[in-house]
Design a protein. Structure first.
Length: 308
């Protein structure tokens, strides 16, 4: 969902508590300089300078977490589109687990959540994963809105690469590159096929396995309407397909516990002959979130208790 309008500049979120965070001392490391690169990692302590920077150039804030599968799909797209703006936009990346004050300031109830800052005021952009075409469209509207509000500066962008001591990016394997190209085009079916071929060639290809799970999720939710899906699920509590659809939407929106809880509750009331699709989807979502995530461990424990 996108909501990028002049009305959003009237202070829907109060970020005043984040303006004057103390900066780290020289002995503890310098704060990141936003102008050094158009993509920067930001913390609770350094967010104040990002707010100030937004008075000169629009800043896009990407709220993400390591456990969030949809974040890993969306963040590279946002980084790519940001770099293509040649300094007219800065991207501030915020790990919500490590920086809870920023997450609270933006009222980040689910991730991925992407919000712009123009002259210190928040502008909602996305909640959940979206295709690249939509990202580009919203970035265009963001630049128009920023210009209307007198924020049309830029930060210096230099040549990057080996001459600056930075490593040259390793090319993707051919099937991974094909999948990424298909994802950018919104062709999730072709991306799924490419990842499946990569796994057939190398069953231990963890990147292909992760990518396949993420793209399958995106393919399932891309044409769903959240309100309609929730209404259908509420009307038919034991309709497996209806409950699976809402669980997918919950996970895509970062509501991990809600997705797991919905499917586990469903699994508990179904007969043995109807449980297989729910168990399979749970296992797929477990892999997508990551086996090391404590929420996965808790859900696996409950699933085991329901099985035995």
């Amino acid at each position: 969902m996108t909501d990028i309008s002049a009305a959003a500049l009237r202070g829907a979120v109060d970020l005043s508590s984040l303006r004057n965070r103390p900066q780290p001392s020289a002995g503890g490391g310098e704060s990141p300089a936003p102008a050094a690169d158009v993509v920067v990692d930001v913390t609770d302590a350094t967010f104040g300078q990002i707010l100030e920077l937004s008075r000169t150039v629009p800043v896009v804030v990407d709220l993400w977490a390591e456990w969030c599968g949809p974040c890993k799909q969306l963040s590279p797209i946002i980084e790519k589109v940001t770099r293509e703006q040649n300094g007219r936009v800065v991207l501030a990346k915020v790990d919500v687990d490590a920086n809870p004050q920023i997450a609270q300031g933006f009222r980040a109830e689910s991730i991925p959540m992407v919000v712009a800052l123009i002259a210190g005021q928040p502008v909602p952009m996305f909640t959940g994963a979206v295709p690249e075409a939509q990202v580009r469209e919203v970035f265009g509207r963001l630049l128009e809105l920023a210009a209307q509000n007198g924020v049309s500066g830029s930060v210096p962008v230099g040549e990057q690469g080996e001459e600056d001591g930075e490593p040259v990016e390793t090319p993707l394997p051919p099937l991974h590159a094909e999948a990424f190209e298909a994802i950018e085009a919104g062709d999730y079916g072709r991306a799924i096929t490419a990842y499946e071929k990569a796994l057939a060639e190398n069953p231990r290809d963890e990147d292909a396995k992760a990518g396949l799970g993420q793209v399958r999720l995106l393919a399932r939710v891309q044409d769903l309407d959240l309100q309609e899906a929730r209404a259908a699920a509420a009307a038919a509590p034991q309709d497996v397909e209806a409950q699976l659809a809402v669980a997918d939407l919950d996970l895509a929106g970062g509501h991990v516990d809600d997705a797991f809880g919905r499917l586990l509750d469903l699994f508990a009331v179904l007969g043995a002959e109807d449980r297989a699709p729910v168990r399979e989807r749970l296992i797929e979502l477990f892999d997508l979130v990551g086996v090391a995530d404590p929420r996965v461990a808790a859900a696996r424990t409950r699933l085991a208790s329901l099985l035995f």
